[in-house]
Design a protein around this ligand. Sequence first.
Ligand SMILES: Cc1cc2nc3c(=O)[nH]c(=O)nc-3n(C[C@H](O)[C@H](O)[C@H](O)COP(=O)(O)O)c2cc1C
Length: 571
Amino acid sequence: MVVWSPFRFNSGREMANRFAIAPLTTDSSHEDGTATKNELEFVRRRAASGFGATISSAAYVEQDGRSWQGIGATHEGHLCSLQRLAEAMRTAGGLAILQIYDGGRIAKPELIGEQCLHAPSAVASLRPGAKTPRAMTANEVGSLIASFREAASLARKAGFDGVEIHGANHYAVHQFFSPRANHRVDNWGGTLSKRMNFPLAVAQAVRDALGPKLITGLALRVPRRCAAVAELARAPSEFLSSVLAITVRLVLTSRHPMFIWWGPELIQFYNDAYRETMGPERHPSALGARGRGCWDEIWDIIGPQIDYVMAGNGATWHEDQLVPVTRHGRRENVWWTYSFGPIDFEGKVGGVLVVCRDVTSEHMAREALNLINEELKHRVKNTLTVLGAVATQTFRDISSKADLEKYQGRLAAFGRAQDLLTAANWAAAPLQDVISTALIPYRTDNGRFTVSGPPLIVKSRQALALSLAIHELATNALKYGALSVAGGHVSITWTSEDQEGEPKFVFVWREFGGPPASEPAAVGFGSRLISRVLQDDFGGSVEVKYGSPVRTVERTRRARSRSEPRVSRRR
Ligand SMILES: Cc1cc2nc3c(=O)[nH]c(=O)nc-3n(C[C@H](O)[C@H](O)[C@H](O)COP(=O)(O)O)c2cc1C
């Protein structure tokens, strides 16, 4: 088999077989970057199995670039340690390759001091607790390249067969070609080809130091995301020219969770924001995977929705939908608000773009609020019942019957307004609903009331005050006003307009066809409520006019200004 056959590099060095031991740092070197005895013993044992090559754990090329306490290759003082390492790696005759690295923004602050963190740009890594590095100057970039050259030269002197530059796993070389970590606008950043300038300059420097007879290697890890893009773009020309390229770019640059299913196999692609919602078990295996296999557990929910979109029926929209998924090791109830939209491709639907949001916390908060609301409603009801019972007991005397009825009526009006506000979560209620709820007991006959005005929302305090006021006005109208005779009726109107740049709300209660009204001799609770409570809660003025045949209560409010309340009464 070919894997057992030798492999000859261009430099002339030869591996006895095609197996190489992957680099594995043990974080156990001396503080000065020299290898410990145990470390060398470990390397010796690993190399003893006869691999074609062994790659060392990564050696730092600058003190300030250490990401762990490993071996160093920064100066002649490291030479002896490097020689021992090369010798241990050759235990069974395999090639000895020294890997070299700089930590950049993911160097360990505890080892180097936070202020020494350097990187292509001042952008913190996404790792939890990551510190923001200092952006390297052009001079520093040049001197880091020189440090790589110096490390390679030490490797040559120590007898290694070659050097591998660690350009993967988010270390400095990787940071330079990552668009997320590198925001530079000079020769070392910008387009992909400019972002590759640093890795290539390092490779050239290392090659210069090693010469043509030793191996120069550059380890790059293609992120899964790139692999998935490649998968999505089986035919590169098709991909590059297509709407898919734009969609993928849109998904990648967005911070909103987004996901793509592409082609008949529903090959998957998603952005970082979406990854956050998946839980650790599904990422990265979901990238580039087929949709059906990945989401089997919820296919009965999402399968028909995907089919609907792929069949060309247009987009779907799902609000606060329960789609339980397995994440963090257990099946979780997760509520989502999402849309599946078609990605049109050459006249057909090529895939599905998912824009979604995990709304579980909002859903739970709403459920908790509903629960509290129900409890509150229950308690208010109980309190009102108790108040009613206490009043019945207190005013048992037959002479108090009229007052008792009045009190019970007000309590009931209050109770109905509370119900309305409970339904609206105590924040606000539509004015139309406030009025119709307050009028429920008086709507004995259609046509007795005409109610009209633009849609408006009133705050909870205003809703309560207005409900009580309407109750007073309606009771009064029933006893003495328009509702006390067969032909009378009440008109309720309101307007809301800007006047002199301020919103002004005018609410008018007018009675027609009732007996002539005259100003009452004494001011009772009802009158006080209308004039004072309304005035306060609406921040405006009240006007009551008495006279025949119209009975009017006018409420005005300047919504934003509570100054100059005006009260006048006409009847
Ligand atoms: C403890 C530990 C230390 C590692 N040190 C290095 C390292 O110094 N350099 C490097 O390129 N990779 C390093 N790796 C990555 C491994 O070489 C290897 O690529 C990784 O474990 C994934 O294995 P796989 O490629 O077989 O999937 C390390 C991995 C582990 C778990």
